[in-house]
Structure formats: C-alpha cells, structure tokens
Ligand binder design. Structure first.
Ligand code: ZN
Length: 479
C-alpha cells in the first residue's frame, strides 16, 4: 500500500504536504462536524437539516442530527456554522493528463477530430513524471471544487508511464479514485488517428488490465481504489478487443468505460464503416448494462435513449467539453427520465479547460434549460446528478448521500462570502449552483480533511504548479 509516509518521497515530481499534518491525520479515527448552517443529505427523502451535526468514525458516517444527540468529543472537531454541507461530488469522466495541454493555441478552436490530431503528438511526449504531476493538478482542482471521488480515463501510456503512477498519487492525496486502464491499438499505420507511438499491442493491453485489477482493484464497500477497463473508443481499438475487454471486466467484477456518440462526425463515420449507429455498435459489442458507462452520449436516438435506460447503462454528461468542441447538447432530461444512470464529468482539461465540478453542475443545469425548457432542471436536481447520479454511474451505493452507514465524504461551502451575499439567505443549497461557483471551504474524504478553510491540506501547490508549467512547456515546445 502507498498510503502515506516515506512513499511520498518516491513520487518524483509530486511533493505532497509537509508530512506532519498527514502523519497526524492518519491517527484520527473520529470526526465531528458541528452545527452546519444547513446540512443537505440528498438522501431518499431529500432531507435538509438546519443546524445539524455529523459524527464519523473510521471514514464512515455514524450519526447525523442535533449536536446534543451526538458524541460531544472527537479526534477532530470542525465548526460548520458558516457552511452549507453537501455530499461530496462525483466526477465520472476526466483525462487528468490533459491538464498539461490546456489552452494549446493550435487546439483552441478545433472540433474533435482535428483537436485530437493536433494533440496526439504532444501527448506522445509524456512520461511517468508528466502523468504523476498532471494527476496531482487535476485532483487538486477537483478537491477544491467539491469533488471527493473521480474516475479518470487515461488511454495512452507513452515512455514508461503506467496507471500505477496515477494510483500512487491519488492514494497519497487521500482521493477516492476509479482509475481506468485505458487503451488504444489502432494507430496511423492501421488507418487510425493517433501516431503509432501511443498505441499498444492488444494482448499486452489485456495482460496489463489483468495485472492492475489484481494489484489494485478493491471491490469492498468504502473502497478508495477501483479499476475500470476503458478502451478509448470503439474506433481506436479492434472489435475483438472491445469484446474481450468487457468480458475480462465482467470476469473480475470491474466496470467498463469508453467514449460514445460524442459528435455527428462519429455517427457518420460509424454508419459508413459499420452500417450501424454508435449505440447499436456498442450493443453489438456487449457494451451496455449496469456495469458500463459511456462518456458524452450527445447523439442517441429516442429509441436508443429508451434502450440505454432499460439496460441501466451509464452516461457521463460533459456539457462544457461538448460546448468547447461544438459537439452538441446531450439530451439530459430524456436520459435521466429513461432510467439511464447519469453523472457529470468535467472531461479532459484540453477540452474544458478546467476541472471545476461545481461549475460543471451549473453549466449542466443551464444547458439543459437552453436545450429542453426553461425549467428543465433545478439546482437540487442537478446536484443530485452530481452526487448520487455520479455514484450510481461508478456502481457505488456507499457515496453520494449523507446518512449513517455512508462514507464520510462531504463538502462545505461558505455562505458568508461576497458571491453568496443576498443569495444564501433565501436558499443556501440552490445558491451553491446559482451563484458564481466557489472554491469549497471544506472537503472531507473518508473522514479525513482534504480542504480546510479553502486551502488544500495535502500538497505543496506552488511546487506542483511549477512542475506542471515546466512539463507543459516542454511538451508543446517540441511541436
Ligand atoms: Zn473524454
């Protein structure tokens, strides 16, 4: 296990914390959050509790209620009287490494296929250090914007980089992480888009998938690390690999993830090459069901939406990325109403170009109103998608709401800030979405404080930013 301690020194470019606070925290087993201005549980009844407190032991919520009904003492006590407290948000689609290629001038105004062909050669220069540093940057942004659990989808592993590099960093930072062993196998010499240097042999991909499942996948309740098998798209690997990948995932009880139905171009390409629409292709390949989720799903037909719902297939809705690349608007209302498991994703930072999950929830609500109707989603509904929805997409019933027996993953947003002035007094929960999205004041994962008073407790941000900028310059300068 790479949980803490000396392992931090072996993470290369990633320096995490000064050690003292982290070592102290390892021993903390109980946490008392006292007197929240409002605690929104997002439980089945949608209870919102003014003045509530929360007691957690060993990373799990033990009780929620008035402070006088809870234990009076804990290893750590936090005053939440100026906070609205919510379940931690869940991010269901990202490409952490793309934080290294945000705002690259040549890709600023491109649509998906051109954007990919511009960026592939740059990504091909990454190495293990680049993966570690960009993972830390993405997790820092996610934590500061209210995220407590994320899945990442890295599908190219150049120059010795491995998914192990990401997992080591996430564990060091105490972040709940569903790591994808992503892949591509069809390079330019086989008619694909990516350079051959970033694609892998399919037997080697499957062998490494099996290795990382054995090494890291934790199926237990409250798991901090799970593995996902995730070919980049049905167009960047063979049909055989798509079938064998999902079969291997099912053999080991892990979930499967890929990109699907993102653009009109993809639909045309799919019809031309396979004579089928993207969702039909996924169905043929065995890629639907309660253990599969697809990023984007911008262009499903009405029939396909119904079938995705009937099979409880999951979708990561990524509105900012879809707008940034001009891909279209996913039918969020229809997907949710059909029973599709839907969560939010900030998507990779080369098509967003940020990892602010609260901001993504705000975008999702507004875009649904543009696409469907002025009242298509309200603030609580979109927060439900961002919390419980994301948990369902990742196949978890231990995160996404606040109740005894759930993981102690929660966030606190200050209600006494400039942005909240005149807003939180009416409805602090909706104000989290309607006002300018903030850095959260508090982020607790598995009962351990990760953000306190708006600052990351767990890493040396200045150093990470400097490392990131050095690597980003190197990657792009060579192009
Ligand atoms: Zn993506």
């Amino acid at each position: 296990m790479l949980e803490h301690g000396d392992e931090a020194r072996s993470l290369g470019g990633v320096e995490v914390g000064d050690g003292d606070g982290r070592h102290e925290e390892v021993d903390i087993s109980t946490l008392l959050l006292r007197d929240a201005a409002l605690l929104a549980t997002f439980d089945d009844a949608g209870r919102e509790l003014p003045g509530a407190s929360l007691f957690a032991r060993d990373g799990v919520i033990e009780a929620i209620g008035p402070a006088h009904e809870l234990p009076a003492h804990a290893d750590r006590v936090i005053d939440a009287s100026n906070l609205v407290v919510l379940p931690g948000l869940v991010n269901t689609h990202h490409h952490f490494y793309q934080t290294l290629t945000r705002n690259v001038p040549a890709a600023q105004n491109a649509k998906l296929f051109d954007w990919l062909t511009t960026l592939y050669p740059i990504w091909a220069r990454m190495d293990a250090e680049a993966i570690r540093v960009s993972t830390a940057v993405a997790i820092a942004e996610l934590m500061l914007s209210g995220c407590t659990t994320a899945s990442d989808h890295t599908y190219l592993w150049p120059n010795g980089a491995r998914v192990d590099d990401q997992i080591a960093v996430a564990r060091e930072l105490g972040f709940r992480f569903h790591a994808s062993r992503g892949s591509m196998s069809i390079g330019q010499s086989k008619g694909g888009l990516p350079p051959d240097s970033v694609v892998e042999d399919e037997d080697a991909i499957l062998a490494d998938c099996e290795r990382v499942i054995g090494a890291y996948h934790d199926p237990a309740r409250y798991a901090m690390t799970r593995i996902v098998l995730a070919p980049c798209s049905p167009f960047s690997v063979s049909d055989t690999l798509m079938r064998e990948s999902v079969a291997l995932a099912r053999k080991h009880g892990v979930h499967s993830h890929t990109h699907l139905a993102e653009t009109r171009d993809e639909e045309a390409f799919c019809l031309d090459r396979y004579g089928r629409r993207p969702v039909e292709l996924a169905e043929d390949l065995g890629w639907t069901g309660s253990d599969v989720w697809h990023a984007h799903m911008v262009w499903p037909s009405a029939d396909e939406v119904e079938r995705l719902g009937a099979t409880r297939t999951g979708v990561a809705h990524c509105p900012t990325s879809n707008m940034r690349l001009g891909s279209g608007i996913a039918p969020l209302r229809g997907l949710v109403d059909a029973g599709v498991r839907v969560g939010l994703g900030v998507d990779g930072s080369a098509s967003n170009d940020g990892s602010h999950l609260l901001a993504e929830a705000r975008q999702a609500m507004y875009l649904a109103r543009v696409h469907e109707a002025p009242g298509a989603f309200d603030a609580r509904e979109i927060l439900r998608v961002a919390t419980r929805g994301g948990a369902a997409v990742l196949g978890r019933d231990d995160i996404g709401s606040l109740a005894p027996g759930m993981a102690a993953d929660f966030i606190g947003v200050r209600i006494d800030t400039l942005a909240m002035a005149g807003a939180a007094v009416h409805d602090p929960v909706a104000a989290v979405i309607f006002t300018q999205p903030a850095t959260v004041d508090l982020n607790v994962i598995a009962g351990r404080v990760r953000v306190f008073h708006g600052a990351l407790d767990v890493m040396d941000l200045e150093r990470i930013i400097a490392d990131q900028n050095r690597i980003a310059r190197r990657l792009v300068a060579a192009s």
